[in-house]
Design a protein around this ligand. Structure first.
Ligand SMILES: Cc1cc2nc3c(=O)[nH]c(=O)nc-3n(C[C@H](O)[C@H](O)[C@H](O)COP(=O)(O)O)c2cc1C
Length: 368
């Protein structure tokens, strides 16, 4: 039996009980049909995590509408009845083990590598985005320059987020997470290099976090306490691992207090380089989320190392630990930790040449 008493203590998000504090982080696996319908292999994939003993599973980013939100080929959607019906099968399979599952809602904004509904992307400003498309998601070369999102489209996108949350409830999900992180549409508003607007959505931090707030308020209003709603936030991005909020702790205080005033059921802090100290202080971003948000915080980034996750919880820098790449390498991580089994290291080949579930399975078959 393990000594990881923090990780294996029950907790709650809103009224939802979780058996432990280990969470499967949202991970895009480009394994739906071309028009976003979740597939049988996805059901097996989420079922594997459910059997692995996780306290909570958060799905891959799932696009919210049939307009501009889809970012990747074979990314799943939650925008129509076929999406809902196919997700329901996955939810039911996961529920067989009494494991809760939340749907992550994404709008890719300018970071589009393929969108079957539209030829161009929308983003806060018509400006070239940093970085390159990701080959393991079928992308190649620079991101095309997006169109500037209009006020009308902003309002429409907020409505689409709410409809998607309603669809998630209809599919039986236990909660939804808004993807406000990692460089996608919401985070493009928060980020200086992608937001050059001079209206109420650009400029100072209050304006740049407005879109997050409006999406969150609208979803909270739609689900009216029926399921928990979380918000994922980061400094780093898939197209820039180094970015930090220009105002450092002052920005963090503003963002997290603002979130507190609106009242999501949790914040989810993600980083691409592991949970390292930020702004030349001694503390990581999750510590600041706890300090200013004061509610439930999930932290993510290098937490497959159980000692690290346990310490984070012990030090009250987070309430739950989400695991990304370590979960791909160890779908049974919670059981492995409890039984003292060795933990596999993640290697990029597990999601190369493509990040599909099939690719990971083939890699496992040939390597283990
Ligand atoms: C293949 C892959 C796909 C990912 N897709 C998503 C996603 O859909 N939504 C999201 O918020 N983060 C996504 N991430 C980021 C992870 O959730 C996590 O924040 C990141 O991998 C850092 O955690 P780790 O060190 O435990 O891997 C993805 C990461 C990987 C490796």
């Amino acid at each position: 039996m393990s000594n990881f008493s923090q990780l294996f203590t029950e907790t709650k998000i809103s009224t939802l009980k979780l058996r432990n504090r280990l969470v499967v982080a949202p991970m895009t696996r480009v394994s739906a049909t071309p028009n976003g319908i979740p597939t049988e292999i996805m059901r097996e994939h989420y079922e594997d995590y459910a059997k692995g003993g996780w306290g909570l599973i958060i799905t891959e980013g799932t696009y919210i509408d049939e307009q501009y939100s889809q970012g990747y080929r074979n990314q799943p959607g939650i925008a129509n009845k076929r999406h809902i019906d196919s997700w329901r099968k996955i939810v039911e399979a996961v529920h067989e083990t009494n494991t809760p599952i939340f749907l992550q809602l994404i709008h890719a904004g300018g970071l589009i590598q393929e969108n079957i509904y539209n030829k161009y992307a929308i983003a806060p400003s018509k400006t070239e985005l940093l970085g390159k498309m990701l080959p393991h998601y079928y992308g190649e070369g620079k991101f095309p320059i997006p169109m500037e999102i209009t006020k009308h489209q902003i309002l429409e996108t907020i409505k689409n987020f709410s409809s998607a949350a309603k669809n998630a409830m209809e599919a039986g999900f236990d909660g939804v997470e808004i993807h406000g992180a990692n460089g996608y549409l919401l985070d493009q508003f928060l980020t200086l290099f992608s937001n050059q607007r001079d209206d109420e959505y650009g400029g100072n931090i209050e304006n740049r976090i407005r879109f997050h707030c409006e999406v969150l308020e609208s979803i909270l209003d739609t689900v009216k306490g029926k399921i928990p709603v979380g918000m994922r936030i980061s400094q780093t991005k898939v197209n820039n691992f180094e970015y930090e909020w220009p105002g450092g702790e002052q920005d963090a205080a503003f963002i997290f207090k603002k979130m507190k005033s609106i009242g999501p059921n949790y914040l989810h802090i993600s980083t691409h380089k592991g949970l390292e100290p930020v702004w030349q202080t001694e503390n990581n971003l999750s510590f600041y989320a706890k300090k200013y948000f004061e509610g439930k915080v999930i932290a993510c980034g290098g937490l497959h190392v159980p000692e690290k996750a346990e310490n984070l919880l012990k030090n009250k820098e987070a309430d739950l630990a989400a695991v990304g790449k370590g979960a791909i390498a160890n779908p049974n991580l919670p059981k492995d930790i409890q039984l003292g089994r060795s933990i596999n290291e993640f290697v990029p080949e597990m999601i190369r040449p493509l990040a599909t579930i099939e690719n990971t399975r083939n890699w496992r078959k040939s390597s283990i």
